[in-house]
Write a new protein. Structure first.
Length: 405
């Protein structure tokens, strides 16, 4: 099929692929995002570091002393990035991101290990997805490794103070963001943009008392759809979901289990990937989660890591399956006593055991471990990944940050 014909059939996929496959300018070109050009201006007014409890108790997210910014224009490309004191951004009221949702972001954590080292978990995967998300909404692309370098530069400065070595087991959240800043109103690809990277506190969400309770999505609302942008980490994925989430919380649940299509396909739990451990009808134990092939769900870094580590460490014990499966299959498995465990996986919730799913007046009560602990498989996956993040296990996924004391 000729390229033009392929584009006629599959416009979005071909456009994103073309944009992300074209190599950007060399590192010595001013048009490329180049971390080696980073200009550093340290704060003259450093803030005191609150305790984790204090930081998460207020109405405003607490950020570290510094952030990284980099601006882009269609005519000049990327300007030299800056590491500077954390503070407000300056935007015109007509900025593209405020009107046309030209905004995407990433989320990952930095961990203070029990070996004293500072680590981030698989940042290359986040940076690659960041680039893909940018391409999907016509924002400028960049070399993913340059974003990783900028994150590491910021963490090397703020990490030692905000995650001190005497507090192993603590973490902070990293939020790289890209916004369209073009000041010309009009539905068009932005001609100006800004990337910024900040580091914040985040509450611990992976151990809700009694496990995570999910309410299935209402019939008149979907989180994402085939042909849409559910696979990209863009702000437009989240705002429309808040109404259902708020309603679920008023009913005593933590998050929505998003269903899709006439068959009620299970997709995501809130903004996390959703997993079920059950016995199939043939008696084999299976870990099942929704597939990526229709671009309906996010290619979560934690999701990918869960699947890879289970395939590696539990080969022969449990089969890993990525396929479409419906809420009716979950209800049937529950009625037959075949559900063993379920969990959500993502940066915010990490690996979080699920204890209940409520669907159209019916409760599916999912087994947990002793005294509300995660089940066996959930606990193994959580432990294996946590050991990498906190340095108990040396692994290529745990990237050590060189610190500036």
């Amino acid at each position: 099929m000729a390229p033009s014909a392929v584009q006629d059939v599959d416009l979005t996929a071909s456009a994103v692929q073309e944009k992300t496959s074209i190599s950007t300018a060399p590192a010595d070109s001013p048009k490329a995002l180049d971390a080696s050009q980073l200009i550093t201006t340290l704060t003259s007014n450093p803030r005191s570091v609150p305790t984790e409890k204090e930081a998460n108790a207020g109405l405003e997210t607490v950020c570290t002393d510094h952030m990284v910014t980099a601006t882009w224009s269609l005519s000049k490309g990327w300007a030299a990035p800056e590491l500077k004191p954390y503070g407000p951004l300056s935007l015109l009221p007509t900025a593209s991101c405020l009107h046309y949702a030209t905004e995407c972001f990433e989320g990952l954590k930095v961990y203070r290990g029990y070996d004293g080292k500072l680590r981030i978990f698989r940042p290359d995967r986040n940076a690659q997805r960041f680039r893909m998300s940018a391409a999907r909404i016509s924002l400028p692309v960049f070399e993913p490794e340059e974003v990783v370098k900028l994150m590491m530069a910021l963490l090397s400065v703020d990490g030692p103070k905000w995650l001190p070595k005497d507090k192993p087991g603590s973490y902070l959240y990293i939020r790289p963001t890209l916004i369209g800043t073009d000041g010309q109103l009009g539905v068009q690809a932005p001609k100006a943009a800004m990337m910024y990277i900040m580091v914040t506190f985040m509450p611990r969400l992976d151990t809700p008392e009694g496990g995570l309770r999910l309410h299935t999505s209402p019939e008149d609302m979907v989180r994402a759809w085939v042909g849409g942008f559910g696979y990209a980490k863009v702000g437009a994925n989240y705002g429309p979901s808040l109404m259902a989430t708020q309603d679920a919380r008023l009913r005593g649940f933590h998050q929505i289990l998003w269903l899709y299509g006439p068959n009620g396909e299970c997709t995501e739990a809130g903004a996390s990937n959703f997993f079920v451990v059950w016995k199939r009808k043939d008696g084999k134990k299976e870990l099942i989660t929704a597939p990526l092939d229709d671009k309906l769900i996010l290619d979560g870094v934690t999701r990918r890591s869960c699947l890879e580590i289970v395939r590696e460490k539990l080969a022969g014990e449990i089969e890993v399956t990525e396929r479409k499966y419906s809420i009716d299959e979950v209800l049937e498995a529950d009625a037959e006593g075949r559900i063993l465990e379920a969990f959500a996986a993502g940066t915010a919730y990490f690996v979080c055991a699920i204890s209940q799913i409520h669907h159209r007046g019916q409760d599916v009560n999912i087994p947990m471990g002793r005294e509300g602990a995660p089940g066996e498989i959930t606990n193994k996956v959580k432990t294996w990944l946590g050991d990498i993040m906190y340095g108990r296990t040396q692994h290529e996924w745990g990237v050590v940050i060189p610190e500036k004391e």
